[in-house]
Design a protein around this ligand. Structure first.
Ligand code: DC
Length: 223
């Protein structure tokens, strides 16, 4: 079974996908971590993240896999590196490369082969797994996402600044030339603005249970 979840930053996709993975016995795939790992690597190599042909050339040499807390890049386990500020600042550029996206999508499909997975990101339902058994679009208002992130940061950054940063990420996510965030016509749309994480998990688990009683299509898309 394949479960695909897309949505903008700050909707709780990762938390929901990890909890659902545990409850439903699925393998958890965080696609954003692949872009973050490649970004970390190119910065380490002194490559300009805006030089997309250099970025793609470097990315394609990498061996990428997952471990329980992040990504294994050429045998090195990455976890906190994926969250470094320099990675945050450069990952949008790296993930705008069509060649990098093609490479990452190939890794995601390879790792998913012969596994039951739950994959989350921006283009899981539309590009990477368009035939997923369950497709979810997890949304929330800008205001509620900003407030949640503000609380997560322990109010160390002004709310207005947090809201501004999320709005900028939304703009990049929804307007980039390839792999932009959009609602798949057959995705289940969940607005989590007024829902708890547990309530969202219940809805996703219910969708999985319904899909399990139907025959699977099993196919994956290509890009
Ligand atoms: O979900 P995240 O913040 O960890 O994602 C990191 C970056 O990668 C962010 O700029 C969005 C981008 N991304 C993407 O373009 N496609 C995906 N499937 C997942 C993430």
């Amino acid at each position: 079974m394949t479960v695909a979840i897309d949505g903008p930053a700050g909707t709780g996709k990762s938390t929901v996908a990890q909890r659902v993975a545990r409850s439903a016995g699925l393998f958890y795939l965080n696609s954003g971590n692949f872009y973050r790992a490649i970004t970390w690597y190119v910065l380490q190599q002194g490559i300009d993240s805006e030089d997309l042909s250099a970025v793609a050339g470097a990315a394609k040499t990498l061996s990428l896999d997952v471990w329980s807390h992040g990504i294994v890049l050429d045998g090195q386990k990455l976890r906190r590196q994926l969250r470094e500020e320099s990675v945050d600042a450069n990952v949008a550029s790296v993930s705008s490369s069509a060649e990098v996206r093609h490479f990452v999508n190939h890794q995601l499909r390879r790792i998913s082969r012969n596994r039951d997975v739950i994959a989350e990101g921006r283009d899981m339902t539309t590009v990477v797994f368009p035939d997923a058994d369950v497709k979810i679009y997890l949304d929330a208002s800008l205001e509620s996402r900003a407030r949640r992130r503000y609380d997560d940061l322990g109010h160390s950054v002004p709310l207005e600044e947090v809201r501004q940063r999320i709005a900028e990420r939304d703009e990049i996510d929804t307007t980039k030339a390839v792999g932009r965030l959009k609602l798949h016509p057959s995705a289940l749309y969940i607005d989590s603005s007024h829902l708890t994480i547990n309530q969202v998990c219940e809805i996703v688990l219910h969708a999985i249970l319904s899909a399990r009683t139907k025959p699977s299509t099993g196919a994956s898309g290509q890009s």
